[in-house]
Design a protein around this ligand. Structure first.
Ligand SMILES: Cc1cc2nc3c(=O)[nH]c(=O)nc-3n(C[C@H](O)[C@H](O)[C@H](O)COP(=O)(O)O)c2cc1C
Length: 403
């Protein structure tokens, strides 16, 4: 069973990640992880913090001579901005030197954190609830992503909409209709999305979105949006219906909802299918080159909590950023009077970054179920188990059904 923990405050000295459970001998290079971290920092509409940070991992353990050892892998990502925050983030008590924050922002973790942890300074809520933590999570997810690539499983993403602006050509619908080939298409889609500053696949849509971001920046407002995350090359048989917490779709939804500001997730054509007839949405089983196949992929590659062997398709919704330069009303806890909310340096939209983070969380969920099924202490052992399953699968399906 793979697991990871992250630690670190947004303006603290550094973020730390410990990843455990991956087999030994997986080839991996820190450049690969740094590339994913760089992608997370991209996107038009980010605040000035991203200009200060240029995230890179220091690998502290678990990798030697370009391969995993099977031991816990630990990463350190420095917060370059920390130098500007040393007094506020001091380990020793220096609270007389700065003003505590008493004005909670609506939509953020400020008030709930203070209520729950009995803080007397909202700064304490802000620091750990910040999406800065997702840098540490992308480091963990990059190990999972690399692991999946070893087995021909690729994970990619693109932004579907920002501020309600969609493309007129529905690429997602083609995926649902099973009209896009398996192989590396998840990577191809990501490479294309990475060329756009807002990670969309359509130039016209990109221009409209940039215009909209520019205009909301002027008014001090923020935007959310939707994004699609795809995994291709996933074998049949990951996840299980034997227990609720072993279902692949449930685990994916959990992982997606753990990303800051993600408030909706659907697998395949989830919400739209609810409005259709059963005959319109279930993926008919057909024979193609003597192999079982599906006509469509409206189920998004999962049935009964188990991967079907078709691409896994996830669509998620990110709410608009809650720190507004044009603030909403709130209550100052020091006076209990109605005031305008606080503004602190912030993104105007972060949907492109969120889509990159989603690749890490989807990779993590799939890698977890892959290792639950195929196990192995070394990558060679995992490969043997995987290859044997794949080789014998058609035989096993047919066995017992011959008339
Ligand atoms: C990549 C990314 C960047 C974000 N940047 C900001 C930001 O600059 N300002 C902000 O108020 N919220 C930002 N958020 C959202 C907050 O982290 C989130 O709304 C907050 O932690 C409260 O959690 P919740 O929205 O999940 O309830 C960002 C989220 C992500 C995924």
């Amino acid at each position: 069973m793979i697991r990871f923990l992250t630690a670190g405050e947004s303006h603290g000295k550094a973020l730390v990640t410990i990843v455990e459970g991956f087999p030994s001998n997986l080839p991996i290079h820190s450049d690969y992880i740094n590339q994913q971290l760089k992608r997370r920092q991209s996107g038009y509409g980010r605040g000035s913090r991203m200009k200060i940070e240029s995230d890179t991992v220091q690998v502290l353990s678990g990798i030697r001579l370009g391969k995993t050892l099977g031991s816990p892998i630990s990463f350190l990502i420095e917060n370059k901005d920390w130098v500007n925050w040393q007094e506020v983030m001091s380990i020793e008590d220096s609270s007389e030197k700065f003003k505590k924050i008493t004005i909670p922002r609506p939509g953020h973790a400020d008030l709930v954190g203070l209520s729950k942890y009995n803080y007397d300074d909202i700064r304490n809520s802000i620091e750990r609830s910040s999406a800065r933590e997702t840098a540490a999570r992308v480091a963990a997810g990059s190990v999972a992503k690399k692991f999946l690539e070893y087995f021909g499983i690729y994970v990619g993403s693109f932004v579907e909409s920002i501020g309600g602006i969609y493309s007129t050509t529905d690429y997602y619908y083609k995926l649902l209709q099973n009209k896009i080939s398996q192989s590396k298409s998840a990577i191809e889609v990501s490479v294309k999305a990475d060329k756009s500053v807002v990670r969309v696949l359509d130039d016209l849509q990109e221009n409209k979105i940039i215009k909209k971001i520019k205009s909301i920046k002027k008014t001090g407002d923020t935007l959310g949006g939707t994004f699609v995350t795809v995994a291709t090359g996933v074998p049949v048989g990951l996840g299980s219906f034997m227990q609720f917490d072993r279902k692949l779709d449930a685990d994916i939804a959990f992982n997606f909802l753990s990303i800051n500001a993600v408030k909706g997730v659907e697998i395949g054509n989830g919400f739209e299918n609810a409005e259709q007839h059963g005959s319109q949405v279930h993926d008919e089983i057909i024979l193609k080159n003597k192999n079982l196949f599906r006509k469509t992929n409206f189920s998004g590659g999962i049935e009964g909590g188990i991967s079907t062997g078709l691409p896994i398709l996830v669509r998620a919704a990110m709410k608009p950023i809650s720190t507004l330069a044009r603030p909403l009303f709130t209550i100052d806890l020091s006076t209990m009077k109605k005031v305008k909310s606080r503004y602190e340096r912030s993104d105007f939209t972060a949907v492109p970054a969120c889509s990159v983070i989603s690749e890490s969380v989807l990779s993590w969920a799939i890698a977890k179920h892959f290792l639950l099924k195929f196990g192995g202490d070394s990558i060679e052992e995992t490969s043997d188990n995987f290859n044997s399953f794949i080789r014998k699968l058609p035989e096993r399906i047919k066995k017992g059904f011959k008339s």
